[in-house]
Design a protein around this ligand. Structure first.
Ligand SMILES: [Fe+2]
Ligand SMILES: [Fe+2]
Length: 188
């Protein structure tokens, strides 16, 4: 099997990291629901900061700004799917901000606001995992078929440029935050 293009490798790596953080969110919400642990608000905050910053500034920017436009050119049949995925980027970015508000309300106002946070969190996790599944199961394989070597070279340069010096510092911070989030085992 030929080496995967660097753009695909980065996207898949970022999906793994996002999915791991989504599973932490789910685990903390499950623990709080079962009453086996007091809600770990600090960890939830870290989770939401990560999910607010990393996808929007790095991952969605690469997909929507670099990869999708090229796929759109090479494979017009995929345009409706790509439009849906871009609408979902906006949607998950909006929901994660709403989750921040819902978390504050839960922390400040107490148990009466627990359920609202939980429902929104479950919707968000499900939507985001489904989104990445469509990208990995359908869009990336089609891209592998339709983009040629020159396209992948061009994308490699564009991805590297996008993750340039300034972005590297932010990426390092996101990586540190990620390590902090996934390091702590959930209670069960
Ligand atoms: Fe996406
Ligand atoms: Fe993605």
């Amino acid at each position: 099997m030929p080496m995967q293009p660097i753009a695909i490798q980065l996207i898949v790596e970022e999906h793994r990291a996002i999915a791991n953080v989504l599973h932490v969110l789910q685990a903390v919400v499950d623990d709080a629901r079962r009453g086996i642990a007091a809600p770990d608000f600090e960890r939830l905050r870290a989770v939401l900061v990560y999910l607010d910053e990393m996808p929007a500034r790095v991952h969605h920017a690469s997909e929507g700004g670099l990869l999708f436009p090229l796929i759109r050119e090479r494979c017009p049949a995929l345009r409706p799917v790509l439009a849906r995925l871009e609408a979902e980027h906006e949607r998950v970015e909006r929901i994660v901000r709403e989750l921040g508000h819902a978390l504050s309300a839960w922390q400040v106002m107490g148990e009466g606001r627990h359920e609202a946070f939980e429902l929104l969190a479950r919707t968000y996790v499900e939507m985001y995992l489904g989104h990445m599944k469509v990208e990995e199961g359908y869009v990336l394989p089609v891209a592998m078929d339709y983009l040629d070597e020159a396209d992948w070279q061009k994308l490699a340069v564009a991805f590297e440029h996008q993750r340039g010096e300034q972005a590297q510092a932010a990426l390092r911070k996101h990586r540190e935050l990620y390590e902090r989030i996934v390091a702590k085992p959930s209670v069960n």
